[in-house]
Design a protein around this ligand. Structure first.
Ligand code: F6P
Length: 336
């Protein structure tokens, strides 16, 4: 996109157009616009190192899912909570909070990982904010945790702000996946890619191979077959990429295809993998599916799973449709 030679489509205009087309999206549009302002503030804090990147918020503090909580995690959480308060959001369910924060108004339930990948932030790799917007159902207003136990198919919108060399927003309102780039000189997000589209076949896989000894047999076999390349049963060579930052892996896959795997494994606490269903797997699966890719826990489409809690985990395999299907085929060959 050459922003000097043509008038870019700004996020606000895109959101307004979506809300005009479907009035039910009006609160969604309002909320994403508020979150976009918060993302620019978070990006500025990361870029300026104003908040020490390695600093633990409290050395004894881990978040609801057991990760050490850094000062930047807390800053991002507070920034997006403020955005939610300025939006038609009934409750705010965050990785950084044990329980949903009830804001008491609005028709939406926001689920969010305010700063995913923050354990890597001092290495200057891309990190991000992952979010999901669900309808706030009247029957669960007294018990907001239940609000987050809706399957991902009910999401009204989902997205990822990526804090990297560029500040990007990958977003879906259920009509394809769009990518916006933040233009500091315009203090706004402009459309970068009209329609993301994940290539059907993959030439790259992404997995933390240091866990190989803990993997179930079907994962080991799938990776071994990929590693065998042209000489093996897959009859093609694969490359391997692993950043250790989910938003960076997701954007790479949106750009050039591939498959990401975080399976369950035998380590204590990893029986359902590592990643969180409500505010990591569901929004990523929605963006990936809307871009023509696929996401599964191995046996079931991610978006069809019904989460048991706000912080539930799920095995997650997503990316190029053909490769996700190939992986699922290995489960049939499982021997353990
Ligand atoms: O959920 C946090 C996260 O940092 C993700 O961004 C990333 O995909 C994953 O954890 C990395 O986990 P591991 O260090 O076990 O490979």
């Amino acid at each position: 996109m050459d922003t000097r030679s043509m008038m870019p489509l700004f996020l606000e205009d895109y959101l307004a157009m979506s809300a005009t087309r479907d009035g039910r999206l009006r609160p969604v549009a309002q909320t994403i616009a508020e979150m976009a302002k918060a993302a620019a503030v978070v990006q500025a804090a990361i870029a300026s190192a104003r908040i020490p990147q390695h600093a633990e918020a409290n050395p004894d503090r881990v978040n609801a899912t057991g990760d050490a909580q850094k000062a930047l995690d807390v800053f991002a959480d507070e920034s997006f909570l403020a955005a939610a308060k300025a939006s038609p959001v009934f409750c705010y369910g965050s990785e950084e909070q044990d329980a949903p924060v009830v804001l008491g108004k609005g028709s939406l339930a926001l689920a969010i990982d305010p700063l995913d990948g923050s354990s890597n932030i001092d290495t200057n790799v891309s990190v991000g904010t992952i979010f999901s917007l669900l309808p706030a159902l009247d029957e669960h207003r007294e018990d907001p945790v239940r609000m987050y136990c809706q399957p991902g198919t009910r999401q009204l919108a989902a997205g990822i702000f990526i804090y990297g060399p560029q500040l990007l927003l990958v977003v879906t309102l259920g009509l394809g996946t769009k990518t916006f780039i933040y233009l500091p000189e315009r203090a706004g997000f402009a459309l970068l890619r009209t329609s993301a589209s994940v290539p059907e076949d993959a030439a790259e896989y992404s997995i933390n191979a240091s866990n190989r000894r803990h993997w179930p047999a079907h994962v080991r076999r799938y990776i071994e077959d990929a590693e065998a390349g042209r000489d093996g049963p897959r009859r093609r060579n694969f490359g391997m990429r692993y950043v250790g930052s989910l938003v960076a892996e997701t954007y790479r896959i949106l750009q050039r295809g591939g498959v990401f795997l975080y399976p369950s494994d035998r380590r204590d606490g990893y029986g359902s993998g590592r990643l969180r269903q409500v505010y990591e797997a569901n929004p990523i699966a929605f963006c990936i599916e809307q871009a023509g890719g696929a996401a599964t826990n191995g046996t079931t489409r991610i978006l069809d799973l019904v989460p048991e809690t706000l912080h539930a985990r799920t095995p997650l395999v997503f990316g190029s449709k053909g490769e996700v299907e190939t992986f699922a085929g290995y489960i049939g060959k499982q021997t353990i």
